[in-house]
Write a protein of this length. Structure first.
Length: 145
């Protein structure tokens, strides 16, 4: 079956707009296929990390977290795989291209098989560095006024 050109073009615009919307929000999507141990991220998610798009394993992903936050990330993951309804955490990462410390807020959900075994974890992450920086500056500004 052939799709009318206008509808096909509209679908491509929607995908392009979704990419642009992710970029504007400093947000990127991701998915971890646990059976294959393959972690996929949108180009915007890689941009947050300051790295080039590629397929990764979980072992390659964990070192991207700030060393002081790694245990909290692993604990949150352990809880959601154990039955918690969602993966939700704010933590620091170290940008691979600049070495800059950045803050990300992540929200994810587990897909389970009929027996409740986790198969995939998918979600979104947003760069919230500017918000964290603003929270650090606000008390100083209030003291000065």
């Amino acid at each position: 079956m052939r799709m009318p050109r206008r509808r096909a073009s509209s679908g491509m615009n929607c995908a392009s707009n979704g990419y642009k919307a992710e970029q504007m929000a400093r947000m990127g999507s991701w998915e971890w296929d646990m059976e294959a141990d393959v972690f996929r991220m949108s180009p915007n998610r890689f941009a947050i990390h300051g790295s080039r798009p590629r397929v990764m394993t979980a072992a390659e992903l964990f070192p991207l977290a700030h060393p002081e936050d790694l245990s909290a990330v692993q604990e949150c993951l352990h809880k959601v795989l154990g039955g918690e309804p969602e993966y939700r955490i704010e933590h620091r990462i170290i940008s691979q291209d600049t070495g800059e410390v950045r803050w990300v807020s992540s929200l994810g959900e587990v897909v389970r098989d009929g027996g409740g075994r986790p198969l995939k974890l998918f979600g979104v992450s947003q760069d919230v560095t500017e918000i964290w920086q603003g929270m650090q500056v606000a008390p100083t500004l209030m003291q000065q006024s």
